[in-house]
Design a protein around this ligand. Structure first.
Ligand code: SAM
Length: 419
């Protein structure tokens, strides 16, 4: 793999490229790094590479003529991928580093001063990359970061074949804690499991710690991991309560079943991979009505030849109370579920959970998840009181906040499991 760096300060790279893993990779010829100095392409007698910005403003801007000539020289004889180090670019991450390592030749352009003339980007750059949301005095440190991060994925560069596979970000998670001798230091001991010699148990412990650390420090990583979110959806259930709910006066009532709440919520659950949908009513006739609604929809769907929609109705299982639905889910999962109530109102602070935090917690925990939604004017306080947590309410930009329960559920599922 070859890198050519367009820079005014090649000397900055010396120690980084001659030390440790990178030094050995370069010596062995697995990685090659060359430099082109834009000053060599300056045309005036002072060999200047920068000038004042049009429109005024502080500092100097790198000129396009000498920089573009240097980029052309850097790519001579090959068809390189040309990167500008810039705080304006996408931030480098694990996935991008893995992809860049598949390229044969990368040219990296290091800006200085206030940055580079925009025509350099238009005419000579394929991608702008940042190394973080802060401003450096020049692109050289960024170029070194890219060389280091990308070279690790060049075959032969790392000694142990699995080193780059078994690390933070490689499977969307942060790495588990590592220990080496001594077994105890300053009263802090290495966890027993790591000394047990039981590799299945060690793997299990490491995965658990990985999930725990990611949930604690970088919950958004869990959210980005489609497989983990899909696993969570497969352990998630929706309960639609027709009792105990509130009427417009805040009185406790039992609402009657709405046809579309049965049909549409089943479709949302199927779309987001939710394991089961439990409409709940204590009234036998209402439960029969639900079964009848399912039957009617099945028939219509069958006649329309829309088998996939019929399949969505298969996730429905009617129950007479929230408690019996939760018991049924516990039996099905052989584990007590984590019950999360929903409401358009703010909850007590100790129960409140955001969408991102709920995903992070649940992915790191084996217990299945149950979302409880109320019909009418929402769930009665007694349900909110016994729930383990309450999801932060959905809200738009104005004061009006009256989503139908089926619309609210679709929005919730998208926030929890949407890609
Ligand atoms: C002082 S900075 C210019 C900052 C520019 N005026 C701005 O506000 O976006 C000089 C050069 O450092 C490099 N640089 C600064 N911060 C960077 C970052 N976070 N990632 C990559 N390169 C960076 C770029 O090459 C940039 O052209």
């Amino acid at each position: 793999m070859r890198f050519t760096v367009v820079t005014l300060f090649a000397e900055m790279f010396e120690s980084v490229l001659s030390t440790s893993v990178l030094g050995k990779a370069i010596e062995a010829g697995h990685v090659q790094v060359d430099f082109v100095n834009p000053r060599d392409f300056a045309t005036d007698k002072h060999r200047s590479v920068d000038d004042t910005p049009y429109g005024g403003g502080p500092g100097m801007v790198m000129k396009c003529d000498c920089l573009l000539a240097a980029i052309e020289e850097a790519g001579k004889g090959s068809n390189p991928h040309r990167i500008l180090l810039s705080p304006v670019g996408q931030t480098l991450n694990h996935a991008r580093a893995v992809d860049l390592a598949k390229l044969e030749h990368i040219v990296m352009v290091c800006g200085r001063y206030e940055g580079v003339d925009e025509r350099v980007v238009e005419l000579g750059i394929d991608e702008s990359l940042s190394i973080g949301d802060y401003v450096l005095t020049g692109g050289e440190l960024g170029a070194m970061v890219i060389i280091d991060a990308v070279s690790r994925f060049v075959p032969e560069v790392l000694g142990h074949a699995d080193s780059a596979v078994d690390e933070s970000f490689s499977d969307g998670l942060l790495e588990y804690p590592q220990y080496t001798r001594p077994v105890e230091y300053a009263g802090v001991a290495v966890p027993d499991v790591l000394l047990s010699g039981n590799h299945a148990k060690i793997d299990e412990w490491r995965r658990e710690k990985s999930l725990e650390r990611t949930a604690l420090h970088r919950p958004e990583l869990l959210h980005q991991s489609a497989t983990k979110v899909a696993e969570l959806a497969r352990r998630t259930y929706v309960i639609l309560a027709h009792h105990p709910v509130l009427d417009r006066n805040g009185e406790i009532v039992t609402t009657s079943v709405t046809n579309y709440d049965i049909h549409d919520i089943a479709r949302s659950c199927a779309t987001y991979g939710v394991a089961g949908y439990y409409p709940v009513s204590p009234i036998r006739l209402q439960r029969e009505k639900i079964s009848r609604i399912i039957e009617i929809w099945r028939k219509e769907i069958h006649q329309a030849g829309a088998a996939d929609r019929g399949q969505a109705l298969g996730t429905i299982a009617v129950q007479d109370s929230i408690a019996s639905a939760v018991d049924e889910i516990a039996r099905r999962e052989t584990s007590q579920p984590w019950v999360v109530a929903t409401s358009a109102q703010q909850s007590a602070a100790h129960k409140k959970v955001t969408y991102a935090d709920l995903v992070a917690q649940r992915v790191a925990n084996d217990r299945p998840l149950v979302l409880v939604l109320g019909t009418g004017w929402g769930l009665h306080q007694s349900v909110l009181d016994v729930a383990d947590q309450q999801l932060a309410p959905l809200s738009g930009v104005g004061d009006f906040n009256h989503l139908s329960v089926r619309s609210a559920l679709a929005a919730m599922l998208d926030r929890l499991f949407g890609q």
